[in-house]
Design a protein around this ligand. Sequence first.
Ligand code: AHR
Length: 340
Amino acid sequence: MKKKLLSVVICAAMVSTLLVGCGGKTEQAASNDQATEEAKADEGGADKGGKLVVGFAQIGQESGWRDAETASIQQYAAEHPDEVELKFADAQQKQENQIKAIKSFIEQGVDVIGVAPVVETGWDQVFAEAKDAGIPIVLVDRTADVDEDLYATFIGSDFIEEGKVAAQQMAELIGGKGKIVEIEGTVGASAATDRKTGFDEEIAANYPDIEIVASQTGDFTRAQGKEVMESFLKSNPDIVGVYCHNDDMALGAIEAIKEAGKKPGEDIVTVSVDGIKGIFEAMVAGEANCTVECNPLLGPLFFETAQKLKNGEEVEKWVKSVDGVFTSETAADVIDERAY
Ligand code: AHR
C-alpha cells in the first residue's frame, strides 16, 4: 500500500523535492548540509507568475500515516501545476533538519511555510525569523509549543480526544477491567503527549479496575512497536490489552504477540490510532480490534489555507479534522473504501 501510494505520487509529481540524506562528516552534519544545499539549489521561490509558492518541512517516513500525508500534499501540487509550486523537505526525523529547511524556505522567499513539527518545543527562533520575513507558518498535523502569534494556523486532529476515545474503546473491549500496556509515539511529539494524556486521564477518571502496568515509547515505528511489546510480554505475561499511539506500532505489537504464542485480537486486544489500510487488514483477519482514525489527507486543505493566507484572508487558528472510529466488527465493510 505504502509503496503503491508513493509510486503514484513520484510518477505524477512535478514538485521540487528535497530528500535529506547523509554520508561523510558525521551523519547529522552531512544531512544538515545537504538539507541546506539542496534547498538552496531549489532556488526561485519568489513570485512565479502569481503562483502560490509553499515550502513544506515534513518529519520523515516513520509510518504509513506519514507516507499518506506526504502523498496527499505532493499529489495536490502535481495536480495543480499552474496554481501552486511546492518545495518539499524530508527531515528524516530530525528537528534540526526541519529548522534548516525552514530557514532555506525563508531565504527563498516562499509565500507560506508548512511544517509538521517532529517535537513540540524548540521552534520559537525559526518561527520568529519567518514572522520577521512576513511568511506565515502553518502547523500541519502536529502542534508546536510557541506563542500563538508565531504561527498562522494549525490544521489537524484533536489528539487528546483520540486518546480519550481509545480509552473508552479499550474499556469496552476488556469489560472494564484488567492490566494493559501502552506503546507511546515519539517522545516530545504532540501526537504522543496528547494521546497519552487523553487515554491515561480517561482511564484514571472512569475505569478504576483497569491498570496501565507499563508505558514506553516505540517512536511511531513498526520495528520499535514490536521490540517494546516483546519486552512488555516478558515482564507482564497477564496483560489483556495494548494501546498504541499509532497503527504501525500496533502492527509491530501484533507480530510480537504472535511470536510469544498468544492470539492478538483475542488473548490481547489492540486499540490504536490512525486508520491505515494495514490495521484494517489486521482487523479483518481478527488480529486487531479497534483504530481511532486520524486523517492524514491534509494536502487540499493545506494549500487552500495557504492561498487564503497569501490573499491576506482570515483563517481559523485551528482547522480541526473530523475523524471516525473503526472496529473489527465493521472493518470488512469499509476496508475497500479506505483511501490510505
Ligand atoms: O502526527 C501524527 C502521527 O504521526 C501519526 O499518528 C503517526 O502515525 C505519525 O507518525
